[in-house]
Design a protein around this ligand. Structure first.
Ligand code: PMP
Length: 352
């Protein structure tokens, strides 16, 4: 029988998240999670009484207030969501309403074209150069909005503040979103440009630098006009995106700045040590300011290494795109885990 209703179904090619293998004795370096536990503040809260019977505060005030204090902003400059994926999806829906194409790099977070397709937003990908760097002049043309991560994913390459400001200067008529999922691992945030540019939205997450990927908290910082527009869309979609537990856990984690800095610095230190050892083994890597490195080796095939590592219960991320298929994205874990990764590589190279 012909299913006439099939034509009414939205057809999308979904984003493919990294594998979440089961088991405990794994070295899981495939989805850029933090290897350290969240701040002990979070645990203390989990042992208290909760008000799960009631709906959570739709304005997410406790979390928004703490974010305002932490980042020196006012509450009307902050929007929160269920991970930065939720915040970014809302931002695509809210800010990219033009008929002109939005612009983003061709090698970048692979969710951008999925959202653009889902919301029927026209887009044009801009080629990164030979060294995977964004080319700023490509973002001078007419557009319906701009988005890019800084540092970029999956390369880890950071652009300096002058680069971001240059893009903003050339794009006063559209909204520019800087996705700072990995900014806390050695980058300088574009937050300081908010005073000067009303069309800038900075998006960050608790998933990486605050070790809370499982709790799902993301946030956007920007001009109150942008934040109100985001909230209007959110309230037209689902008033209670943030659950009670995440509101409290997020605000408690923010209060522990010392722990946050300590764990970020540990990851930065581990990254630099790991990069030095990988170079000794003949790998080349993009200069990373994120909690992962993007590595390639002239003599060894990335897919084969990826499969061999998996057999040893070491998980990396591998992408099939033409320009990235020779690379592995390796999340920075604990020092001990990275040592095991280096021994795995040494063994692998001896055998092949
Ligand atoms: N932006 C970039 C560049 C990412 O790599 C990720 C992680 N997949 C996200 C946003 C979303 O992270 P989350 O939803 O956990 O905040």
């Amino acid at each position: 029988m012909e299913r006439k209703w099939m034509k009414n179904i939205r057809k999308v090619v979904p984003y493919v998240p990294g594998e979440q293998p089961k088991g405990t004795d794994l070295i899981k370096l495939n989805t850029n999670e933090n290897p350290y536990e969240p701040s002990p503040n979070v645990k203390r809260y989990l042992e208290c009484d909760h008000k799960y019977r009631l709906y959570p505060d739709p304005t997410a005030d406790v979390l928004v207030s703490q974010l305002a204090t932490t980042y020196g902003l006012s509450k009307d400059q902050i929007f929160v969501g269920v991970g930065s994926d939720d915040v970014l999806a809302m931002a695509f829906m809210t800010f990219f309403q033009s008929e002109k194409p939005i612009l983003f790099p061709d090698i970048t977070y692979s969710f951008y074209d999925v959202w653009a397709d889902l919301f029927r937003i026209p887009y044009e990908k801009q080629k990164v150069d030979e060294e995977f760097r964004l080319v700023k002049e490509d973002y001078y043309k007419e557009n319906g909005g701009i988005i890019f991560p800084n540092p970029n994913a999956p390369t880890g390459i950071l652009e300096p503040l002058e680069f971001i400001e240059d893009i903003l200067k050339h794009n006063q008529e559209s909204i520019v979103i800087v996705d700072e999922a990995y900014i806390d691992f050695g980058g300088q945030s574009a937050l300081s440009l908010l005073k000067k540019y009303e069309n800038l939205l900075v998006v960050q997450t608790f998933s990486k630098s605050r070790s809370l990927a499982g709790i799902r908290i993301g946030f956007a910082m920007g001009n109150p006009v942008l934040i109100k527009a985001l909230n209007d869309v959110k309230y037209s979609f689902n008033s209670y995106t943030m659950n009670e537990a995440s509101l409290i856990i997020g605000s408690e984690a923010l209060k522990d700045q010392e722990y946050f800095e300590k764990t970020c610095n540990l990851i930065i230190e581990t990254r630099e040590e790991f990069v030095a050892e990988m170079k000794q083994l003949g790998f080349s890597m993009c200069p990373s300011k994120a909690n992962f490195v993007f590595a390639t080796h002239k003599e060894y095939d990335a897919t084969e290494i990826f499969e061999a590592a998996k057999k040893e219960k070491i998980y990396f991320r591998h992408f099939n795109g033409e320009r990235v298929k020779d690379y592995l994205r390796i999340t920075i874990g604990t020092k001990e885990q990275m040592k095991q990764v280096i021994s795995f590589f040494k063994n692998y190279m001896n055998k092949s």
